[in-house]
Design a protein around this ligand. Structure first.
Ligand SMILES: Nc1ncnc2c1ncn2[C@@H]1O[C@H](COP(=O)(O)OP(=O)(O)OP(=O)(O)O)[C@@H](O)[C@H]1O
Ligand SMILES: O=C(O)C1=C[C@@H](O)[C@@H](O)[C@H](O)C1
Length: 303
């Protein structure tokens, strides 16, 4: 990235913090040493915290953000937690506007295990980027005359399903301005990566235990690969997911960007990844996409 582009990005994030600060309070202190020390620290006053309770009734804690210039733009989530949904929405909107020109219409492919939130987070991303959302499983079902994924597995077998999945990815690959939730197993076929690499791929990395909890809550009817193990529902799901992840963990690593919900939770001081809203995860996805674009070598330089 050239120096001018770097400077533009710094200014934009700085302004984003400033805008947030002005919206809520006049008492934002920006560390004056930022440019010299190459660090930005933003403090929102305790004043603001008491003047503006979160709609959920939770008391928000003072926010402190520390940005390292070296890995700029590192996640805005290091701020210590924007617990107000309105703040999350605003940050998401600003971030999407900031990086949209650089994404330049490329499709975003979300990959990850079953239940990792590809559909939920994908819809948030598509809305904020003004892209269309597509779910590969739905497209396969349509292609097979409205047959459910579970029935496709039962009637025609997994190989047939995987062929259809590849066909769908091939059809999507020349398109633009889509957010695509891929099937959990789409990563295993190298040919699928050829298609997905036409866009930007993002791996939603969620711990197996959290996946098993989510899936157990909604049931495994639509997830035929989870129908085999014995035991209670949670243990069965966990066992099967663990085996699948053993096979696929490496393949998910082919994605251009990785969103680790464990990392987000750690940054925000949450003990449970289930406390993270889809909006916060979407913000991190945009941050990681941005980091990928920076690393593409010269892409930002054209702007
Ligand atoms: N951030 C989140 N916190 C808690 N629950 C979530 C979160 N994101 C998604 N879920 C829940 O987890 C379940 C699976 O989510 P979703 O359908 O988005 O995952 P998916 O990756 O698209 O799954 P699949 O590949 O199996 O279709 C849903 O019940 C959803 O409501
Ligand atoms: O993880 C998988 O292999 C799958 C995930 C689902 O999205 C579906 O694509 C199908 O049930 C297979």
């Amino acid at each position: 990235m050239d120096a001018q582009a770097t400077q533009r990005l710094q200014c934009s994030t700085l302004m984003q913090f400033e805008r947030l600060g002005r919206k809520h309070s006049d008492s934002v202190k920006l560390n004056r040493g930022f440019r010299e020390s190459k660090k930005l620290r933003v403090f929102f006053s305790a004043n603001w915290q008491s003047a503006k309770p979160s709609p959920s009734g939770r008391k928000t804690t003072p926010i402190e953000a520390s940005r390292s210039y070296n890995n700029f733009p590192a996640s805005i989530l290091e701020s210590g937690g924007f617990q107000d949904p309105l703040d999350e929405e605003l940050i998401l909107k600003n971030k999407s506007q900031e990086i949209k020109p650089y994404v330049n219409g490329r499709c975003i492919y979300l990959v990850g295990m079953m239940g990792s939130g590809k559909t939920t987070v994908g819809k948030v991303l598509s809305q904020v980027l003004n892209y269309s959302f597509h779910d590969c499983d739905d497209l396969v079902e349509e292609d097979v005359g409205g047959t459910s994924v579970a029935d496709i597995f039962k009637l025609y077998g997994e190989g047939f399903f995987r062929d259809k999945e590849t066909e769908v990815l091939k059809k999507l690959s020349p398109m633009h301005r889509l957010v695509i939730s891929t099937g959990g197993g789409a990563v295993v076929r190298p040919i699928n990566w050829k298609y997905m690499h036409k866009g930007i791929s993002v791996w939603l990395d969620v711990p197996i235990e959290a996946l098993a909890r989510r899936i157990t809550a909604v049931g495994t009817n639509s997830r035929p690969l989870l129908h085999y193990e014995a035991g209670d529902a949670y243990t069965r799901t966990l066992t099967r997911l663990s085996a699948l992840f053993e096979e696929r963990g490496e393949a998910y690593g082919n994605a251009n960007a990785r969103v680790s919900v464990e990392n987000i939770a750690a940054k925000l001081g949450h003990r449970d990844v289930s406390d993270l809203s889809p909006t916060v995860i979407a913000i991190e996805a945009l941050e990681q996409i941005e980091a990928f674009l920076k690393g593409e070598g010269g892409f930002y330089g054209g702007y």
